[in-house]
Design a binder for this molecule. Structure first.
Ligand code: SF4
Length: 445
């Protein structure tokens, strides 16, 4: 039985003057089946709710009518603000990756689950879903750049060598931002999955069992977790460049700073991937806002020096709650994904709370950051309209169906599938790691 707090409304409402400004994708970015919806969308006079909503209603409302209570729409907090609002408009749920992962299992009456977010999130829902449920992603090209540098074929050559060297002492802790194969590896090695909200609890539990942790894929979250737990940072090592292992790199003095002696002493071994959205933050950003009386809160995918300089750090759920709880007159600079901050700013302004993005500093020397997670934003209104309409008509492409263990090429959107027996094994191992995370999280809530 899975327990967790219910997802909350984002508190975002569609206002007539608020533009739907999701970036338009080029037509050849759409799967053939989705192009008619994209052509209609591109032909709309503008991106205001007055234009977009009647168009989207033509597809979303019949689908909702057709599927009734068996349809579940999901989106992540980092999605372009417009999709967040549209998914909520049609009765869907907006949440962080932990709560999204549990949605199929917590809602067994939902048979058709449509996700507007990145692929690993949809795959995690599929791992925990029942056989009567199907999971769909509106755009299979929506990958996570952090996960793209931690594919199983990249990690496995390093993990195998580490297991050969350390045996049962090595346990993999897989951040939610991994494919199912790495979650299964965590399950097989006695580790667990974690999210940014529970990484410290999961790593602490695994270490209490005398294990050395291989933390994949985000070295920033791994290092921040070690710092939070008081693990000496000289006992935390980062492996060589992620692509080097599949190219044949062997465990040797050159594979980590400090060589094999440092590796043998390490309490945490970090894979070397990271999130481009969160690595733009610098401690100078934090200092600029704090010097002007703003409170600074950041996500722990940010570099350690940023987390150490900030007033607080935590998951998207932590950040959302902190903004929601801030009293009128509070001023918060938030270091995380741009769409999230934009949505939070709108919600906070109603209560007299000012919210800015950490990089919004109006001075030379502080270049503007990008608008947010570009890959997640590949799930735009035409993809949502097309997915719902194609599902209703029984014509949804198999490319958009998400099964556990699928390996996706984020450029073409193509996926390789496991056979049924391989998938069953992967699901069993990955569930063990996910259920361990849930047990650790819920037992300490
Ligand atoms: S914000 Fe970063 S870690 Fe999150 S899905 Fe996007 S690329 Fe991946």
């Amino acid at each position: 039985m899975l327990h967790t707090s219910a997802p909350r409304s984002s508190g975002i409402v569609l206002e007539p003057e608020l533009p739907i400004c999701q970036t338009d994708l080029p037509l050849d970015w759409y799967q053939e089946e989705f192009r008619p919806y994209a052509e209609e969308y591109l032909a709309l006079p503008d991106r205001t709710p007055g234009s977009v909503l009647p168009w989207l209603d033509r597809y979303a409302l019949p689908a909702r009518e057709h599927f009734g209570d068996s349809l579940l729409l999901l989106a992540h907090f980092y999605m372009g603000g417009e999709i967040v609002k549209l998914v909520e408009r049609y009765g869907g749920t907006i949440a962080d990756s932990y709560v999204l992962a549990l949605q199929a299992a917590r809602n067994p009456e939902k048979r058709v689950i449509v996700e507007s977010a990145v692929h690993f999130m949809a795959e995690t829902i599929a791992i925990l879903s029942g056989e009567h449920q199907s999971v769909w992603i509106t755009n299979p090209k929506a990958g996570c750049t952090m996960e793209m540098l931690a594919k199983e074929w990249m990690v496995a050559p390093a993990a195998e060598q580490l297991v050969a060297r350390y045996g049962d002492r090595l346990a993999v802790v897989a951040y939610m931002n991994t494919g199912g194969a790495l979650k299964a590896l965590a399950g097989r090695t006695g580790g667990a999955v974690c999210t940014s909200s529970n990484a410290h609890k999961v790593v602490a539990r695994v270490r209490a069992e005398g294990k050395q942790v291989l933390f994949v894929p985000d070295h920033h979250l791994g290092r921040n977790t070690a710092w939070k737990l008081g693990i000496p940072l000289e006992r935390v090592v980062q492996l060589a460049e992620p692509r080097a292992w599949a190219a044949g790199l062997k465990l040797s003095d050159g594979c980590v700073p400090g060589g094999l002696a440092a590796l043998d002493r390490a309490e945490m071994i970090l894979w070397g991937s990271s999130c481009g959205v969160h690595t733009v933050f610098r401690k100078e950003h934090v200092a600029w806002w704090r010097a002007r009386g703003w409170q600074v809160l950041v996500h722990p995918e940010s570099p350690l020096e940023v987390v150490q300089a900030a007033d607080g750090a935590g998951s998207t759920d932590f950040l959302w709650r902190a903004i929601a709880a801030a009293p009128p007159g509070a001023r918060l600079a938030i270091g995380t994904e741009g769409h999230f901050v934009r949505n939070a700013r709108q919600q906070a302004l109603r209560r007299g709370v000012q919210v800015v993005h950490l990089t919004e500093i109006p001075e030379p020397g502080f270049p503007a950051a990008g608008c947010g997670c570009a890959t997640m934003s590949r799930n735009d209104p035409p993809h949502l309209a097309g997915m719902l309409d194609l599902l209703r008509r029984g014509a949804a492409p198999d490319l958009n169906r998400v099964l556990a263990g699928d390996v996706v090429d984020e450029v073409s959107g193509r996926r390789e599938r496991l056979d049924d027996a391989e998938r069953a094994t992967l699901i069993a191992d990955a569930r063990r790691a996910l259920e361990r995370m849930i047990e650790i999280t819920e037992s300490s809530a």
